[in-house]
Design a protein around this ligand. Structure first.
Ligand code: NI
Length: 523
């Protein structure tokens, strides 16, 4: 079993860093496809648990990656996030293959180009695999996603941590990678650049190996599946070769080594890197003493205690009670998912100009990147809903992971706005029965779906979004330029039909709504 995993790990690590060697990943994928096949069959037996009224994913769809200009003058607001998010979306039906991949748009062209190329590798992998599957009539579908966090940002350095969730069927495989930029010298740094010299990297890696072994030992000690300590010892010993290989001083092994704003250093070992797949991934904090011995002093300097640039948490002023009574007059609620993104500022400008309140179902990970945008959403009287941390299909994750997705996003939003989001929307609307109770608030779906992720055409989206009905909840995504461009005309059309365009607070003000219940409209 371990041997097989090791082989998987090797193929994975090789393929991941060779942009044009996607075919090398097939040995791993064959195993996963087989597991996925079984998983899909089990899922099919359980019945369709999704509420999604999805459309078929166009496999012909070509995704052009265009880095948009950061809107410099569009927004009248002084608060703007220096780093914003660009998201590529192919498909949005969880029962069909789909991809969501985000990368940063920064004021630095060399960073943008680099991260765009990195993202293109994942998109190419997705497309190649999709084409191969179309030929083989595989029953399992692909679910790919990529999100990032800003771990450190200064005038000199930028550290980003990417998480890619790759599913070939029923389960996600997580991959991590750090992007390290020397802003001052306009250069992407290698991992080896972090060290004083080659020997320092070598000695560092052997200390990391010991730390990792300790971590594995702790993990195995806690696992009650083992009969006794003798068995535990055997398991640990059997991992030694893998541990050795997975911690050698190479760029690949340390591609998820990073430091954060608080001066902490960490390494993430992906699944199969130092242990069997079942043991998952390991995040290991690295003691200060180890860092100080081997890391180049240049990377130790940024952590002289400085004033935090975080936005101080504060309660946003409650939006004035609306005089609109949606139980008596026709209302529609505009909801925007998957943001914030590079286009959210422009959308907020439009809503402000038209004096329209909407609801934003944000991703926790994106909110943590564009904090100022989230703050602005709240300050301008819109509702904010929790749309999970990084848009996983909740049917493919454990209850523990589901909990984490909900709680982490609540924490991030609360830290920015001072308020826990009152509404929840599952990514793709997909969930299990267990998930419903977990959310502890009303679950909001929709009854108007303009498929704006598919039809990136302003006049199509305008028409589709303007088809309101009394108390409708309209779904849209503020990660698409075309959607945002459609909004002025959508607002005009809806108002002409006599609708009041309202936030969810207003839509539900005169209706009793309960936790764990799904609402697709305000009726
Ligand atoms: Ni979504």
């Amino acid at each position: 079993m371990y041997f097989k995993n090791k082989k998987n790990w090797i193929t994975k690590r090789v393929s991941y860093f060779c942009d044009h060697n996607i075919e090398r990943t097939y040995p791993m994928k064959k195993n996963i496809i087989f597991l996925a096949l079984i998983g899909t069959m089990i899922l099919a037996c359980k019945g369709n648990k999704s509420n999604e009224k999805g459309d078929t994913t166009s496999t012909e769809q070509t995704e052009f990656l265009e880095i948009p200009d950061i809107p410099q003058t569009v927004s009248s607001q002084p608060m703007r996030d220096e780093i914003q998010i660009y998201t590529v979306k192919i498909g949005n039906d969880p029962n069909k293959s789909n991809l969501t991949a985000s990368f940063p748009v920064t004021p630095y062209d060399f960073v943008n180009e680099n991260e765009k190329k990195f993202t293109q590798v994942l998109i190419d992998e997705f497309k190649t695999e999709l084409k191969r599957r179309n030929k083989q009539e595989s029953v399992s579908e692909l679910g790919f996603s990529q999100h990032f966090e800003i771990k450190f940002k200064s005038q000199e350095l930028l550290v980003l941590l990417y998480t890619q969730n790759v599913s070939y069927g029923n389960n996600y495989d997580m991959r991590h990678r750090v992007s390290l930029f020397d802003i001052k010298n306009k250069k992407k740094l290698d991992i080896k650049d972090l060290f004083q010299n080659e020997l320092a990297f070598k000695n560092f890696s052997s200390e990391i190996k010991n730390l990792a072994r300790q971590e594995l030992e702790n993990y195995i000690k806690k696992d009650e599946h083992y009969a006794n300590d003798k068995e535990r010892k055997q398991v640990l010993a059997s991992l030694e070769e893998m541990l050795q290989r997975g911690t050698e001083p190479t760029e690949q092994n340390y591609d998820a080594l990073f430091f954060d704003e608080k001066g902490g250093w960490f390494i993430i070992f992906d699944k199969y890197q130092i242990a069997s797949g079942a043991m998952g991934e390991f995040l290991i904090p690295i003691p200060k003493g180890v860092i100080n011995k081997y890391i180049h002093e240049r990377f130790l300097k940024p952590f002289v205690p400085k004033k935090s640039s975080e936005i101080p948490p504060q309660s946003s002023t409650p939006s004035p009670i609306s005089t609109i009574d949606c139980s008596k007059v026709p209302c529609v609620a505009l909801t925007f998912d998957d943001g914030p993104s590079i286009y959210t500022g422009e959308l907020l400008d439009i809503l402000k100009k038209e004096n329209v309140k909407a609801t934003f179902f944000v991703l926790g990970q994106s909110a943590s990147v564009q904090k100022n945008t989230v703050k602005r959403i709240a300050d301008e009287g819109h509702n904010i809903g929790n749309h999970s941390y990084d848009h996983k299909d909740f049917r493919k994750i454990s209850d523990t992971e589901a909990r984490r997705q909900i709680d982490l996003t609540d924490e991030i939003i609360q830290e920015i706005t001072g308020e826990k989001p009152k509404y929840f929307r599952f990514p793709y609307g997909a969930h299990t029965k267990e998930n419903l109770a977990m959310v502890e608030r009303p679950i909001i779906l929709w009854n108007v779906d303009p498929l704006d992720w598919k039809h990136k055409d302003v006049s199509y989206v305008t028409k589709a979004m303007s088809k309101g009905s009394p108390q409708a909840i309209i779904l849209a995504h503020d990660i698409h330029k075309t959607t945002v461009q459609a909004i002025p005309q959508v607002i005009k059309n809806l108002k002409e039909q006599g609708y009041h365009i309202v936030s969810l607070d207003d839509l539900f003000r005169h209706k009793k709504i309960t936790n764990g219940t799904i609402y697709s409209d305000g009726n």
